[in-house]
Design a protein around this ligand. Structure first.
Ligand SMILES: [Zn+2]
Length: 284
């Protein structure tokens, strides 16, 4: 592990920090433009082609070396400046949420296009501000001439699709000395805890067709199977550790009842859990 020993006095560090903030102020208009452009092109997980390209060209124009695509994901990329250690990763996201279309600068629900995607939790800001932070670290490295590398990670699919998990599996973060990210929220605070693990499973149920009035005994309903499973899992809630969360969605339930639900049906179950804490609950 790299141990960083700062060669500067406290007042010098404060001065450098103010200069870094000044760098962000100087880029404020460009950063706001980048955020607005991503807001105007809301793209769902792994489809963030415009948003990823906007960030890549922004960083390339400002002297970062861009590698794209990265880690086997078409919309993932890295933008690097500097050399040597410490190697600092700054993680940014840019994916949108489905059915969250919203007119900008309006504090009430007003879809720009009914049912379309939108940036419900501020990933247009999230990735852009992380880009701003990477610019500030670049400025610091340029000003001081110190050894160090800043890597901005364009991270797809934060909302749905576990983009960073696949990036980590490819070793994206393994040689970093630290990784930083942020998320818009109602409080301005430092969050250094871990979050719940996420396991998502897609179940398919198949029925057997029969006329619902003339020969109902010959049919087998996929929908009934989905309902039975959901009831069972809902009873299971009483017996899981308190960190466990279970959610589901029925993704294709449209089928006339007279067909006895022959059509295959899908049901997604998501389980979330903090394994480290649950172990201590069991032993305690
Ligand atoms: Zn979010």
């Amino acid at each position: 592990m790299y141990i960083y020993s700062c060669p500067h006095s406290v007042s010098a560090v404060l001065k450098l920090a103010l200069e870094a903030l000044h760098t962000i102020d100087q880029e404020a208009d460009a950063l706001c433009g980048l955020s607005d452009a991503i807001w105007d092109n809301p793209e769902l997980c792994y489809q963030e082609t415009v948003s990823s390209a906007l960030q890549r060209s922004f960083l390339e124009e400002r002297g970062f070396h861009v590698d794209s695509p990265a880690f086997g994901i078409p919309t993932a990329f890295t933008a690097t400046f500097g050399s040597g250690n410490p190697k600092i990763g700054i993680l940014g996201e840019f994916d949108a949420l489905s059915c969250m279309s919203q007119v900008a600068d309006v504090a009430e629900e007003r879809p720009l296009e009914e049912g379309a995607s939108g940036h419900g939790c501020g990933h247009n800001l999230l990735g852009t501000a992380a880009v701003g932070a990477a610019l500030a670290v670049k400025r610091y490295l340029e000003e001081t001439g110190e050894s160090g590398t800043v890597v901005y990670f364009g991270c797809p699919a934060e909302e749905n699709g576990s983009g960073k998990a696949f990036m980590a599996r490819e070793g994206a973060f393994s040689d970093l000395d630290c990784a930083l990210t942020w998320h818009p929220g109602s409080l301005n605070k430092i969050y250094s805890d871990s979050s719940l693990a996420n396991v998502m499973t897609l179940y398919h149920f198949k029925g057997k067709s029969a006329h619902a009035a003339a020969a109902p005994e010959c049919g087998r309903s996929a929908l009934d199977a989905v309902e039975l499973m959901n009831i069972g899992v809902n009873f299971l809630r009483e017996h899981v550790v308190q960190e466990a969360r279970m959610h589901y969605a029925i993704t294709n339930a449209v089928c006339p009842p007279m067909w006895s639900r022959r059509k295959p049906m899908s049901c997604i179950w998501c389980g979330f859990q903090t394994w480290s804490n649950s172990a201590s609950y069991r032993s305690g």
